[in-house]
Design a protein around this ligand. Sequence first.
Ligand code: ZN
Length: 265
Amino acid sequence: MERMNVTLLIPVVLGWIAGLFINYVSDVLPITRRFSQPACTRCQNPFSWKDYLLLRSCQNCGKARSLRTWLVQIFTTVAFVYFWLFPSERLGIPLTMIVLIYFSIITVIDLEHRLILHPTSLVGAVLGLIVGTFIYSKKYTLLGSLGQSLLGGVIGFGIMYLLYQLGTLVARYRARRMQAAGQPDDEEEALGGGDVYLAGVLGLLLGPAIVSALAYGILLGGLVSIIFILALLVRRRYSSDALMTFIPYGPYFILGAFYLLFFLN
Ligand SMILES: [Zn+2]
């Protein structure tokens, strides 16, 4: 018992460091598109690395670090301890931690910027191919498991590509109607193009099981949207525009994949 408590320090420390990394990438990548020096979101004054990593407030304007920064630190640390104690049988501890970091970065950036960046999708594709092949290698030959991973990637990308095209058609139809009604086109997109790449990445990770992950994600996203619309109705703020509001499916797909990967052994 005593020894277990001491070894638990390992996932606590690793989780905290992983949280710092997730926060750093989420802070700089959507803004500068490279691994730049982090800066204050209010006054743009660059942080010193020491202040940044110690989660100190901005030395120039005094702005405290965002709530998200703290939530990510806590979530990552708790998640690392949990998966340290109850690792996913299919992935093992190291791959679990890496996938967890990747999923967190995509989710934070998508929630804050409604963006899925191409460089993160590219990194995800490499990671997905490695993880997907690893998962299937217990049942298939190396080439066979590589094939399962690739098949999943093609299925995930293909399904979302078709849905995306369908969404574009609807958006075009709506734009024409709005123009006819004399309203300016607001260029609302029902489904982001980044979701198509994300579905491909998750497909590489999961293999053909990606179909279930997408189904979970779409169901969950739809359910949350219905609750959101009901809440608007109750507060009498509903307009027909609410129906066309962009749904960031990315986080829901991630949740679906997360469930399949880590809790369904
Ligand atoms: Zn500042």
